[in-house]
Design a protein around this ligand. Sequence first.
Ligand SMILES: CC(C)(COP(=O)(O)OP(=O)(O)OC[C@H]1O[C@@H](n2cnc3c(N)ncnc32)[C@H](O)[C@@H]1OP(=O)(O)O)[C@@H](O)C(=O)NCCC(=O)NCCS
Length: 230
Amino acid sequence: MTICILLLKILAILFILFFSKIIIISIFFYREIQAARAKDPAAKSFLEVLLLYQGLHALISHRIAHFFYKLKLFFLARLISQFSRHLTGIEIHPGAQIGKGLFIDHGMGVVVGETAIIGDNVLLYQGVTLGGTGLEKGKRHPTIGNNVVIGTGAKVLGNITVGDNSYIGANAVVIKDVPPNSTVVGVPGRITKQDGKKIDISLDHIHVLDPIMQNIEELEKRIDKMEREG
Ligand SMILES: CC(C)(COP(=O)(O)OP(=O)(O)OC[C@H]1O[C@@H](n2cnc3c(N)ncnc32)[C@H](O)[C@@H]1OP(=O)(O)O)[C@@H](O)C(=O)NCCC(=O)NCCS
């Protein structure tokens, strides 16, 4: 009988702890949970996002790891982020600075480097890398503005800035600054839309980020000229 009462007490304590944790997370991560609900049509309820979305869990771990990182407890910070990485498949370095309302959809394979800065209301899909380009020290990872969406598999590399409200297409490789309100696709990334207007890369030479395309255009012009002259 006493064992039954003891078990019931333990269960009650676990239940209370679980609910307290849920309430605390709901309060501190309300904006992130709402972001997931707004940006993922498959998200059916607040509770589903809270309990089952690994993007949210990675972010909760990151907030704790970042707290210890700022206290210069680097090993503990890294331990938490690595543990979270094993659970969620999302690797966020504890040094990364992340704004409010980040939603990491699906998440698996996302990597965020130590000196990356992410603004508010950003959406990252699976396989996104915010990485460095070499062995340089100091600020070597990108700065992502507010309301940016980075498509699945995209790599944003180096100490570059992606302006507010920009969209990086799936699998793009971005190695240069992106102005605000732009859409970038391809390898290396080129701007296809800015301020809501489509950019015709054959006419535009300001927004082209692709040196290969520039060479091809140059060759085309020379061939045209030779054909006209010949
Ligand atoms: C870039 C993206 C946002 C489209 O933006 P858009 O402004 O509507 O662009 P459009 O569809 O008008 O395409 C513009 C041009 O870019 C090309 N394009 C679009 N997406 C591209 C991509 N990811 N990679 C390479 N080229 C791409 C189009 O073929 C088109 O080329 P064209 O002008 O020669 O015909 C979208 O294609 C994308 O990549 N979204 C990512 C979504 C994602 O990751 N989802 C994950 C769900 S799990």
